[in-house]
Write a protein that binds this ligand. Structure first.
Ligand code: GP9
Ligand code: MN
Length: 682
């Protein structure tokens, strides 16, 4: 202890001494004087990057952002430090080349942003169609001043270099001095990087690794760090697919060799040639269906659809880090999310056998609609890979400020504008299949003032001694994240209700089938669920654990509570044979085979099953290795399970299902990474 104390005092003394020396000997002034070129390089790099953010994302946040400036500074200092390894007379050449490269990055991104309201990705360069698009962008945009003004960086560098040359600045330096300067500078760069990293939140780190929201990353990390990160993310899938192809192909052939199309069942072709309206219900959960607060239904529209249609009440999404995009992948292809990265961002250029492609072959017009930036989750590119004829993204919607809720355009406005588009589609095309991706019910569910009035408290009527009646409110879920989620869901449900009404008014429900899925759960805190099920109005607290009515909302309850709705509905389904509840466990990967049977197509390489074929024997596997059947929920990390039908299962059962899960996840990943569907007969 004493030793540590003395080291600390020693370090403090040394720092004070050093700072005094800095002051006495004017070291800062001297540093600036002797490192003019390096500092000019760093300054112009930061200037260009700041200018790019300023000219692209016009929000006050961006003008004042401190984090990206710090990231740019760290990057420029680290890159610039290598300049000291060169002899002074050659140093300018190094800085100049680097400056040109960085200027090029700024210019390309500036042009790209004008067209796509996002930033460019190296991975896209492998797509010829992308090059075509950027080619157009360049020719149409080349004279815009804002795109070429980044040349100011190299110009300043040349001017400073000329001035320094005149002043005879470039003195000979021995190798040791150069190395010393390099080491000191790179250490300084490392210190800035460390400080920057310490300022990052887990959300920022998470988004940085996933790289799907490019604007967000540039806003926090600056353009240079974004581009380096993008380069690594783009190269990784290439490296992954370089090794192991032969083994993967053998396993793939083995897996599918005996697979045969199941015999027809009573649902075969029932929806053939119908128009299909698919709704991607952002963060919608099954446990909201039927829930009431103060006698008011939380989700009247979902309640109605589930009561009148085919309701799959034991349905799970199977997402990994790619959340919304993972569900879109699995829904459309019956493949699982990839083990590293996300299919939408890293493997967009693979061959996919998808529902849109099958329906196109049947003569359908196939579209998708989402009022968010087209590059979110790389949808602009990936929806093409999945076979959609057209993606109606934010660019095709009128996004008014007053219509914003949460991440972007409100679901109400999105749906209202979508109906207008659908009317036109319906006029032009004899049959169509379209996906509407909702947005408002998105974490963090904090736009409470926009969701409308839906109290999640408990109101109680109390009769006073004088006979008057007063209403008292117990806060219950008010002010909790789950409470806010409920308000948000209520809003989304109302939007959905309006959409269905508007479709009906426009005559678009007459020959149509509506399909709704929740894309994943709302990732809500466990403790909020505990409050939901254990609230004590007398204390305004969660009941004690020893209370006989206490519900232990444990790991399994949480996992099982992550179910999402899957509903197939049409205007005239109520009261028919199709109006039913399917309670067998089902996953997003079972949708393609189930719908395929109803719509008249078959994908041999689907990993899920037609639920009406497999029924109670189904298994839903999750990307983390967990699985759920009608009998058990299995936690693969802890290698333990929860029985769902109160019967014990044998070790062989667990082993067989675990092996199946592992194999399926492996084959699915290999299909995507090694592009194994490229050569199969479709
Ligand atoms: C983005 C939206 C949300 O456009 O679909 O994606 P998520 O965060 O749910 O993956
Ligand atoms: Mn989502």
């Amino acid at each position: 202890m004493k030793k540590i104390k003395s080291i600390a005092i020693d370090a403090k003394d040394k720092t004070i001494k050093y700072l005094k020396k800095v002051k006495r000997e004017h070291l800062i002034k001297k540093y600036f004087k002797h490192n003019v070129l390096f500092l000019t390089f760093v300054g112009t790099c930061v200037l260009n990057s700041t200018m790019l953010r300023f000219l692209t994302m016009h929000t006050i946040e961006n003008y004042l952002a401190f984090k990206p400036i710090m990231a740019d500074l760290a990057f420029a200092v680290l890159l610039g430090s290598f300049g000291y390894l060169f002899k002074p007379k050659n140093r300018f050449t190094y800085f100049f080349i680097m400056s040109l490269v960085l200027t090029f990055i700024c210019t390309v991104n500036s042009i790209y942003y004008t067209f796509y309201t996002s930033f460019a990705s190296v991975s896209m360069l492998s797509l010829t169609q992308y090059i075509g698009e950027v080619g157009d962008a360049v020719t149409e945009n080349v004279f815009q001043v804002k795109d070429v003004m980044y040349i100011i960086g190299p110009i300043i560098l040349i001017l400073v270099h000329r001035y320094l040359k005149k002043k005879d600045y470039y003195k000979v330096e021995i190798k040791k001095v150069r190395k010393n300067k390099f080491v000191k500078t790179i250490i300084a760069g490392g210190i800035i990087t460390t400080i920057f990293c310490l300022t990052l939140s887990p959300l920022e780190i998470g988004r940085f690794t996933k790289q799907w929201n490019r604007e967000y990353i540039v806003m926090r990390f600056g353009i240079y760090v974004y581009q380096v990160n993008d380069l690594i993310a783009s190269v990784q899938p290439k490296i992954n697919s370089m090794f192991g192809y032969d083994k993967a192909k053998v396993e793939f052939n083995e897996y599918f060799k005996d697979k045969k199309k199941s015999p027809e069942n009573e649902y075969t072709d029932i929806f053939k040639d119908k128009n299909i309206i698919v709704i991607h219900g952002e963060s919608m959960q099954t446990n909201t269906i039927g829930l009431k607060f103060n006698d008011k239904e939380l989700t009247p529209t979902l309640n109605k659809l589930s009561q009148e249609g085919m309701y799959f009440s034991n349905f799970y999404s199977q997402v990994s880090v790619g959340t919304s995009s993972d569900t879109e992948l699995t829904y459309n292809t019956s493949l699982m999310p990839t083990q590293s990265g996300t299919a939408f961002v890293s493997y967009f250029d693979r061959e996919y056998i998808s529902t849109p492609k099958f329906l196109k072959k049947q003569g359908y017009y196939v579209y998708s609609m989402h009022a968010n930036n087209a590059d979110f989750w790389n949808r602009r590119t990936m929806h093409k890979s999945l076979g959609y004829d057209k993606f109606y993204s934010k660019e095709t919607y009128d996004v008014k400020k007053e219509d914003l809720v949460g991440l972007g355009l409100s679901d109400k406005s999105f749906f209202a504008q979508s109906v207008q588009k659908m009317v036109k589609i319906n006029e032009k095309h004899p049959k169509w299949y379209g996906l509407s991706i909702m947005l408002s019910n998105h974490t963090p569910f904090s736009a409470v003032d926009k969701y409308g009035d839906f109290p999640v408290d408990i109101k109680e009527e109390k009769t006073n001694e004088d006979g008057t009646v007063e209403t008292i409110s117990h806060p219950y879920m008010e002010g909790t994240k789950l409470g806010n989620y409920f308000k948000s869901v209520h809003y989304a449900d109302e939007a959905l209700g309006q959409f269905i009404n508007d479709l009906d008014k426009a005559g678009l429900l007459e020959n149509s089938i509506l399909i709704l899925y929740g894309d994943h759960d709302g990732r809500l805190p466990k403790k909020d669920y505990s409050r939901l099920y254990n609230y004590d109005t007398n204390t305004d607290k969660v009941k004690e654990k020893d209370d006989p009515t206490y519900v232990d909302f444990d790991y399994y309850k949480y996992e099982l509570g992550r179910k999402v709705p899957f509903i197939i509905w049409s205007k005239d389904m109520a009261g028919t044979d199709l109006n039913m509840e399917v309670t067998d466990v089902m996953g997003m990967y079972d949708v393609m085979p189930t719908l395929g049977n109803m719509l008249g197509f078959y994908n041999k390489y689907a990993l899920g099953h037609d639920i009406f074929d497999i029924g109670k024997n189904n298994i839903v596997v999750f990307p983390n290795g967990n699985f759920v059947t009608n009998k058990i929920y299995y936690n693969s990390q802890k290698q333990e399970y929860l029985s769902l039908d109160n019967s014990a299962v044998s070790e062989e059962y667990i082993k067989e299902k675990s092996d199946y899960t592992e194999k399926l996840l492996n084959v699915s990943n290999n299909i995507i990474v090694f592009d194994l569907l490229k050569d199969v007969e479709k």
